[in-house]
Write a protein that binds this ligand. Structure first.
Ligand SMILES: CC(C)(COP(=O)(O)OP(=O)(O)OC[C@H]1O[C@@H](n2cnc3c(N)ncnc32)[C@H](O)[C@@H]1OP(=O)(O)O)[C@@H](O)C(=O)NCCC(=O)NCCS
Length: 200
C-alpha cells in the first residue's frame, strides 16, 4: 500500500505526474548551483523537458510497482513546486531511505523537516519498516540538521561513499530511526492511496 498523496500542515507531497515535467524542469534549472554540490544527479542537469517526461514516467511506474517512491513537494497554498523527496528501498529489506531537496527560495522555513517527518511516518505506518535512514555528506550542515531535528541517531560515517561513478566521492553519515523510537513523531498528516482512499 503506497501513499500517492500526502498532506502536512503546509505541504503536499505527491507522486509526480508526467504532465508536471515542465514545472519540475523550471524549478531544477533555477536551482542548479544550489543542488550540484550535494545531489549527484544535478551534474547531469539541465535536461530537456522530454527527458523529464520520461523520468517522471519512470518515477510513476516505480511507484505503481511499489518499488521506489519519488515525490514532488508542493506548497498547499498555491501548488508551487518547492522541491522533491523520496522513499527508497536501496538500503535493503526492512528499511527505507529518505532523500530530499528544497527550492533555494524556500529554505530555512522547516519545509525539509516537515516533508521528512511525513515520509518517516509513512515508512513506519504504511510500509511497516523497522528502520528509516537519512544519508548525508558531513559537510552538508543544512541537510544533517533535518535528521538531527527529527531525533534520528547518527549511526556511522562511511568514507568516500556518496556520488555517481566518475564523480569525486564524498563521505556519508548514516542517521537512523527505528520503529520503536517513533512515538516522538507528532504532526498533522493525511495520506491517500492511488484511488484517493485515506490511509492515514
Ligand atoms: C538540505 C535542505 C533540504 C534543507 O532544507 P530546509 O527546508 O532549508 O531545511 P529546514 O528548514 O527543515 O532545516 C532543518 C534544520 O536543519 C538545519 N539547517 C538548515 N539549513 C541550515 C543552514 N544553512 N546552516 C546550518 N543549519 C541549517 C537547522 O538545524 C534547521 O533547524 P532550525 O531551523 O530549527 O535551526 C536544503 O538546504 C537543500 O535542498 N539543499 C540542497 C540539496 C541537499 O543537500 N539535499 C540533501 C542531500 S542529503
Amino acid at each position: 500500500m503506497s501513499a500517492y498523496r500526502i498532506l502536512t500542515a503546509r505541504l503536499e507531497l505527491r507522486c509526480w505526474h508526467p504532465g508536471e515535467a515542465a514545472r519540475l524542469k523550471a524549478c531544477i534549472d533555477d536551482n542548479l548551483e544550489h543542488l550540484r554540490p550535494w545531489m549527484p544527479w544535478a551534474h547531469e542537469e539541465p535536461t530537456p523537458v522530454k527527458d523529464k517526461v520520461q523520468l517522471l514516467r519512470r518515477f510513476r511506474s516505480n511507484f505503481d510497482r511499489d518499488e521506489d517512491f519519488a515525490y514532488g513537494i508542493f506548497l498547499r497554498s498555491d501548488d508551487r513546486v518547492v522541491g522533491g523527496a523520496g522513499l527508497h528501498r536501496r538500503q535493503g529489506p526492512g528499511s527505507l531511505e529518505i532523500g530530499y531537496w528544497i527550492d533555494r527560495h524556500h529554505l530555512g522555513q522547516g519545509l525539509a523537516t516537515e516533508a521528512a517527518l511525513a515520509l518517516t511516518r509513512v515508512a513506519f505506518e504504511l510500509h511497516q519498516v523497522d528502520r528509516v535512514e537519512i544519508r548525508v555528506d558531513p559537510a552538508n550542515v543544512a541537510s544533517a540538521g533535518v535528521p538531527k531535528k527529527l531525533g534520528f541517531q547518527l549511526e556511522a560515517t562511511l568514507r568516500r561513499r556518496l556520488g555517481l561513478p566518475g564523480q569525486k566521492l564524498r563521505d556519508c553519515q548514516i542517521y537512523t530511526m527505528f520503529a520503536a523510537e517513533r512515538p516522538a513523531l507528532q504532526a498533522p498528516l493525511e495520506a491517500y492511496d492511488a484511488a484517493g482512499e485515506r490511509l492515514i
